[in-house]
Design a protein around this ligand. Structure first.
Ligand code: GLN
Length: 271
């Protein structure tokens, strides 16, 4: 089979871009090889790998898990099924956190709760010069991915294993950020769109969707400096509930911000 024939075969199962990225990864060929030299033969192991990936992609497995990597804010992050696939809407959390840390006029102490692949902590460490970033996750497999990403991207992030604030007794931060699991256990969204392949602990609290957010809000008082901000991502219909939780916990300047699609996505407040 040649590159051109393999691509033609794959088009019956997956879209053009996915087919191209999978064949490049399986065979090591470049985009220009595909365009200019489609008659290059695909060696047997590469062909077998490509055909397997195409079938798995057609069955709904996220492209990022097949490629082992995904882009976020222009950087390439390693991902595995131990971590969530980076979502573009999470950029909003970064943008808002950068605003808050820039307003500090000193090096910010930042904490990322439930860091997963580390995209939030690493982006903040690289884009908020002088900041000191710590990141927590319960999953040691996720922390391995985050550690590898921090190393490859030369970001300085202190990675700690534990349950939300549990490993941080006595420590306070200027800024706490989180992209917690916020999908309710009975949300049918969990059954589609590649989500069944992702770690359930990163997606759902196995309750009403707000259980982890309640814990994060409740614990923030003991871990924020005076005037510190808590910012977290949440679901499209959770803005009001999140603002209520923040206000009840004594936060001020409580807000919800929509993502680029116009959907409520990040809420936060100042203590
Ligand atoms: N935004 C993701 C989704 O709806 C969920 C991510 C999360 O729970 N933190 O698929």
């Amino acid at each position: 089979m040649t590159l051109g024939e393999a691509l033609l075969w794959a088009r019956a199962y997956v879209d053009r871009l996915d087919a191209r990225l999978l064949i490049q990864s399986a065979s090591g060929c470049s985009h220009s090889d595909l365009l200019a030299r489609p008659e290059i033969p695909l060696i047997a192991p590469a062909q077998a790998q490509f055909m397997e990936w195409v079938q798995r992609r057609a069955a709904g497995e996220p492209l990022a898990y097949l490629l082992g990597e995904a882009e976020f804010r222009g950087r390439l992050f390693q991902v595995s099924p131990a971590v969530l696939v980076p979502r573009p809407e999470t950029e909003l959390l970064i943008e808002l956190a950068l605003e808050k840390s820039a307003a500090l006029r000193r090096s910010a102490q930042i904490l990322d709760l439930g860091t997963g692949s580390g995209i939030v902590a690493i982006s903040l460490a690289l884009e908020s010069p002088g900041s000191v970033v710590s990141a927590v996750d319960l999953s040691s497999a996720a922390l391995d991915v985050a550690r590898n990403n921090a190393g490859r991207l030369k970001a300085s992030v202190a990675l700690v294993q534990g349950d939300w604030y549990a490993p941080l007794a006595g420590r306070r931060f200027d800024l706490i950020v989180a992209n917690p699991p916020y999908i309710a256990a009975d949300d049918p969204h969990l059954c589609g769109d590649g989500l069944p392949f992702e770690p359930p602990m990163a997606l759902t609290d196995k309750a009403d969707g707000l259980a982890c957010i309640r814990q994060i809000v409740a614990g923030a008082g003991a871990h924020l400096m005076p005037g510190g901000w808590l910012l977290f991502e949440h679901g499209y219909d959770q803005g009001l509930a999140c603002r209520n939780l923040l206000q009840a916990a004594g936060f001020q300047d409580v807000f919800t911000h929509p993502d680029l699609a116009g959907t409520d996505r990040v809420s936060g407040g100042k203590l």
